[in-house]
Design a protein around this ligand. Structure first.
Ligand code: 13P
Length: 268
């Protein structure tokens, strides 16, 4: 049975002291649960403080990104061994906010600057290859934009994202992989993908793993849903058979809301 994973992606919120306070509150409320895995993904600068706040609990720590080299002249970047050293077990890769499409709907950004954020299938493949040997568990985000959905390209986009990121990786390297289906149009918009449709796409992702690899891996890998998850919609989403957890953005910054979401996960 796949253990549900409830992950909080704090994005660019919470300083180290604020993060430690939020993590301490969560630890008191849900820190010793073993029926679901609880994961906190603060900003790089808050990793150390959150690691200390959750030490000795069952909660896990994750980063929001990583570079693919272990060390070197890569100003501003953070390496896999650095994440391991600070206590990370997970790392989010390929979030739509770090892929090349980041900011495409943001009128404040100059379009010529968008390439600064351009994570591609090729760089994601490098990142996956870099983190796995360090025992870091990747949470690979995939998902379509509204324009792609409206054009009937959802499956094609996701298949391309999976094939590109996983290129050349063998089945036995991927047992710790987690995939998050995050439709771009549902992120931070309050517009959640309804549960049966989210289940259908997560089932498509599992089927794609079956085709690219084998049944055993496809049944083992956890597939999360992310995009406007709240306590009010989490029960329906988390009780879908193909959905093994949630990658929660805004609602993970509120301890009570995040706790309530975690209790929506089925006891498997
Ligand atoms: P929201 O839950 O704020 O929509 O963000 C989802 C997300 O991007 C999680 O990675």
């Amino acid at each position: 049975m796949r253990r549900p994973l409830i992950a909080g992606n704090w994005k660019m919120h919470r300083t180290p002291s604020e993060g430690a306070a939020l993590a301490t509150t969560l630890r008191q409320r849900i820190g010793m649960r073993s029926d679901v895995e609880i994961l906190l993904c603060p900003a790089f600068v808050a990793l150390q403080a959150v690691a200390e706040a959750i030490r000795g609990s069952e909660m896990k720590l994750g980063a929001q990104n990583v570079f693919w080299r272990d060390s070197g002249a890569f100003t501003g970047q953070v390496s896999p061994p650095m994440l391991v050293a600070v206590g990370c077990e997970y790392v989010i890769l390929g979030h739509s906010e770090t892929r090349g499409r980041f900011g495409v709907d943001d009128s404040e950004l100059d379009a010529s600057l968008l390439s600064y954020f351009s994570e591609t299938e090729a760089t994601l493949n490098r990142k996956l290859r870099a983190v796995l040997p360090h025992g870091l568990k990747p949470i690979l985000c995939v998902g379509e934009t509204l324009a792609e959905r409206d054009a009937g390209q959802t499956e094609q986009v996701i298949r391309t994202q999976l094939e590109g990121a996983l290129h050349g990786l063998a089945s036995d390297e991927l047992y710790e992989l987690v995939i998050a289906y995050e439709p771009v149009w549902a992120i931070g918009t309050g517009r959640v993908c309804d549960a049966p449709e989210a289940n259908r796409v997560c089932g498509f992702i599992r089927q794609t793993l079956r085709e690219l690899y084998d049944d055993e891996l496809a049944e083992f890998v956890r597939i999360l849903y992310g995009g406007s998850v709240k306590a009010s919609n989490a029960h329906a989403l988390l009780h879908q058979p193909e959905i093994d957890g949630a990658l929660v953005g805004g609602a993970s910054l509120n301890a009570e809301e995040f706790e309530r979401i975690s209790y929506c996960a089925p006891r498997r």
